[in-house]
Write a protein that binds this ligand. Structure first.
Ligand SMILES: [Zn+2]
Length: 402
């Protein structure tokens, strides 16, 4: 295994002629830089070409003036095992999302597993198994090399603090959506969220009406009382709370506001506007909540960026930050920012052919989806021109070595 790992490191990678460098940080969304240097999967320099050591690269990529952004993070997915989902009985959905610029996915619970265990030892065993399996899958490059953080147990009544300690000791770092199991009361959820937090496990809660038969209503009172780290699909998944209730969540909580593709679009737009009015745009993070009843949307995160930019008046470069740096901060991830020391996870973008937009950001403001020209994870090229996005006008090229 050590040999395979050694072969899979990127060595030195130079990315040059970047026309637009999106940092992922909404406080400083556009960097004055045209070059990124990577060593073994980690960013070691960002700046102007003349100021960077670009010699002796194993791989040099000419961006031809196109845009570079951190790889997109989907804050809310429901994987099961491998690159397969039983929800729509579909294969290859994770790799398909990688073609939509997604390089990291965070599980909100492996809830679609047929016969999913609901007894406590079974819940724990599944969480640990899923965490291990997706970790191993990433190492093996399955699913396009997307970093899938999974092993997110759906908490059930009767769990005690020791259960959370056991799971944390075994490598579990996430809770699945609270409310999808038997814990639906705010007070019980709050106690378990507290145990999870104490043991370093991040929590998220289902918000709104039931998603599918068997799921339930979680209203704003339960969300506030439970106080999970992430207000999961604040715009419903798909049935939303009222706008007034969502405003209450924005105003009375300081937790992450997760807006999803498989939610109510009107509330998505209103939530983004309200969070910006409240001067807490840092709390907005994006997810798809796929696979779902509406299917899998490989371009879901790009579609959310275009939706919020075109209809919620969010500057396009800020909307990219919602899907990258904001999520990284709220989720304690290293990736999600173009900055020295961060993992080299990137999506290379250009405006789509025949968009009315004059440049990439203008096209997104007009509601068009950009074209993905390349995706890189840990400094390794995972795809060239996307097979899923509208074709980018210009795509980066890997230069021959000399
Ligand atoms: Zn949900």
């Amino acid at each position: 295994m050590a040999v395979i790992a050694a072969q899979q490191t990127s060595g030195k990678v130079v990315i040059r002629n970047v026309g637009l460098m999106l940092s992922g940080d909404i406080d400083r969304p556009i960097l004055d830089a045209d070059t990124v240097v990577v060593e073994d999967g980690v960013i070691v320099a960002v700046g102007r070409a003349a100021d960077c050591d670009t010699d002796r690269a194993r791989t040099t990529i000419d961006c031809k003036g196109t845009a570079l952004a951190p790889g997109l993070i989907d804050s809310h997915v429901h994987p099961v095992f491998g690159d397969w989902t039983p929800r729509q009985n579909q294969l290859g959905w994770i790799e398909s999302c990688m073609n939509g610029g997604v390089t990291t996915m965070i599980s909100a619970g492996e809830v679609h597993l047929p016969g999913r265990p609901k007894d406590i030892v079974g819940v724990k065993a599944l969480a640990i198994t899923a965490q291990r399996a997706f970790d191993g899958m990433r190492a093996a490059g399955v699913g396009g090399g997307v970093k899938v953080y999974a092993g997110a147990p759906v908490i059930e009544q009767g769990m005690v603090e020791q259960d959370f300690a056991d799971m944390a000791a075994a490598g579990v770092t996430l809770l699945g959506e609270i409310g999808l199991g038997s814990v639906k009361a705010g007070a019980v959820a709050a106690t378990m969220v507290g145990w999870a937090r104490k043991h370093g496990i991040q929590s998220t809660i289902h918000t709104g009406g039931p998603s599918i038969p068997g799921s339930g209503l979680i209203d704003e009172h339960v969300v506030l009382e439970a106080d999970a780290d992430v207000i999961g699909h604040v715009n419903g998944g798909h049935t939303s709370l009222s706008y007034r209730s969502v405003c209450t969540l924005c105003e009375k909580s300081s937790r992450a506001l997760e807006i999803v593709h498989n939610g109510n679009e009107r509330i998505a737009i209103l939530t983004a506007r309200h969070a910006i009015e409240l001067k807490c745009p840092h709390r907005i993070i994006l997810g798809t909540d796929s696979p779902a009843g509406s299917g899998v949307q490989p371009l879901g995160i790009l579609r959310m960026i275009a939706l919020l930019s075109s209809l919620a008046d969010v500057p396009a470069e800020i909307a990219f930050g919602f899907a990258t740096g904001n999520t990284a901060r709220m989720r304690n991830l290293r990736q999600g920012l173009i900055e020295v020391g961060r993992p080299a996870d990137f999506v290379f973008l250009d405006r789509a052919q025949h968009t009315a937009g004059t440049d990439l950001l203008d096209s997104v403001r007009l509601g068009d989806i950009p074209g993905v020209g390349m995706v890189m994870i840990d400094g390794l090229v995972r795809c060239g021109r996307s097979r899923n996005t509208p074709p980018a006008i210009e795509v980066p090229v890997v230069l021959p070595q000399h």
